[in-house]
Design a protein around this ligand. Structure first.
Ligand code: FE2
Ligand code: FE2
Length: 189
């Protein structure tokens, strides 16, 4: 079986119906953004199929798996964040994906990272704006993503931080740093 088909099948097995349709939406959106902005479409699709593969694992299982790998600093403080690095680890070990850009995009798809590459931004944004997403700024982020990935990133990060404040959820410090980086980028442009 082709790698993409295998990943799609395994995502369907691992995920609830709703989350699987989220992932299908991310695949479509990532491919569209990739072709528009000159990013490799196959990489975008593979990263999208992989990104939430461990999203529904129980916290204890995520934490156990994370112990075997090099998790980015601080991720352990908010266990859900581990689903990115753990999915990247599955990509490397189970699916033999050696492409560092794909693994990086998957690792940081929830938090963002400093100096994000094109594929990082494509996956982060596709995850935020896939057709099933509903939140106040989503239409504006969708429109911006067709023009400028950086402008779309700033609005996506601002909107995510606002949401986390509103629902009293923890904010990961790296995400604030990433947001500041885009603020500077967009203001300079
Ligand atoms: Fe995720
Ligand atoms: Fe996702």
């Amino acid at each position: 079986m082709e790698l993409e088909q295998t990943l799609a099948r395994d995502a369907e097995i691992a995920l609830s119906k709703d989350r699987f349709s989220h992932v299908q939406g991310v695949v479509e959106t990532a491919e569209q953004l990739a072709s528009l902005h000159g990013v490799d479409r196959v990489s975008a699709r593979l990263a999208a199929w992989l990104h939430d593969l461990a999203r529904e694992w129980p916290e204890a299982k995520l934490e156990m798996e994370a112990e075997k790998i090099d998790v980015p600093k601080g991720f352990g403080a908010i266990p859900t964040l581990l689903h990115g690095p753990v999915a990247a680890h599955l990509g490397r070990t189970v699916y033999d994906i050696g492409d560092a850009d794909i693994l990086h995009a998957v690792t940081y798809h929830t938090t963002g990272s400093l100096g994000m590459g094109m594929l990082d931004k494509v996956l982060f944004l596709a995850d935020t704006i896939e057709p099933g997403r509903r939140f106040p700024e989503v239409t504006a982020i969708r429109e911006l993503s067709q023009v400028s990935l950086d402008d779309a990133m700033l609005l996506a990060l601002d909107s995510s931080l606002k949401y986390l404040l509103a629902v009293k959820k923890q904010i990961f410090p790296l995400t604030v740093m990433v947001r500041n980086e885009y603020l500077e980028k967009v203001q300079k442009a």
